[in-house]
Design a protein around this ligand. Structure first.
Ligand SMILES: [Fe+2]
Length: 290
């Protein structure tokens, strides 16, 4: 008997710039058509869908997914990145930049996160009302149950602590929610994949210039998130943010950076998972544009 495998496609960091950029939209349609032709069971998009945090630009992706017949809970998962939730231009206006109102910034970010979840509600909660992050999808296939555990890593802009809005942080409340024994028991026996936007490793070379860049991009409490994912017996974490197509490991936990569609619209990551919970990963290149 041949056991059926489950195939997941992953890409990230689209940085769409609106409906008028027809060539960018055509490139995305092309990538999705190639992914559909290769018959994946699920597609994961790990944030920075747009460039300027404009909800109208989020809808560009939603409309493309609808057109491609992919706008459904069991086919696609989407999470936001910092560029989806933080409007840097707005934050850097003098009044906002000098205003020390951290609580206000947190509130603004939370409002925008919920707005994102409303726009993509079908892909996040299906028919259920939107509640925000974390959220979990349990997808049942013939020989395998796949669990996707999504956390939000976007951290509010702050002039000293997060000057580019690109540092990440997982709200401790999200980690606590995932630490409950009920969550572990629901996920038991399934193949668990963690999903977030920020990278766990950036350059990491030790050179001062790289260290400075790493700091502006880092996921501040990544160790805590890794520990929670380990407790949930996650095998893989998918992310984006740092525009490199790469994989690396934390012990037995495999991390996949889905790179950047913006940087290379012809490449995505593929995972093939067997019923025995073995898996393989590779980056796939579709044929370049004519
Ligand atoms: Fe990002």
């Amino acid at each position: 008997m041949i056991e059926k495998t489950v195939k997941v496609a992953h890409f990230s960091d689209l940085h769409l710039s609106g409906r008028r950029d027809r060539s960018q939209i055509a490139r995305l349609e092309r990538l999705l058509e190639a992914i559909k032709a290769a018959r994946y069971d699920h597609i994961v998009i790990t944030g920075d869908i747009v460039d300027s945090a404009a909800p109208s630009d989020w809808k560009v992706l939603r409309d493309i997914l609808v057109r491609q017949g992919l706008y459904s809970w069991d086919k696609v998962t989407v999470i936001p990145g910092n560029h989806d939730l933080i409007n840097l231009e707005e934050e850097l206006r003098v009044y906002n930049a000098i205003n020390p109102d951290f609580a206000g910034r947190k509130r603004r970010l939370r409002r925008r996160l919920l707005e994102f979840c409303e726009v993509f509600s079908e892909l996040i909660t299906g028919n259920e009302p939107v509640t925000g992050f974390p959220f979990i999808k349990i997808l049942q296939y013939e020989d395998l149950t796949l669990s996707l555990v999504m956390v939000n890593t976007v951290y509010p802009w702050m002039h000293l602590e997060n000057p580019l809005g690109a540092r990440g942080y997982v709200n401790p409340g999200e980690l606590t929610a995932l630490e409950g024994s009920d969550v572990a028991s629901v996920l038991e026996g399934s193949f668990v994949i963690g999903v977030c936007h920020h990278a766990f490793r950036i350059y990491g070379t030790g050179f001062p210039i790289d260290q400075a860049f790493d700091w502006t991009m880092e996921l501040i409490n990544r160790k805590e998130l890794i520990n929670v994912m380990r407790r949930l017996d996650a095998r893989v974490i998918l992310h984006g943010h740092f525009h490199r197509f790469q994989t690396y490991s934390y012990g037995s936990l495999r991390i996949v950076n889905g790179g950047s569609f913006h940087y290379n619209p012809c490449r995505y990551s593929e995972m093939v998972i067997g019923a025995d919970r073995s898996f393989s990963q590779r980056f796939v290149d579709i044929s370049p544009e004519k």
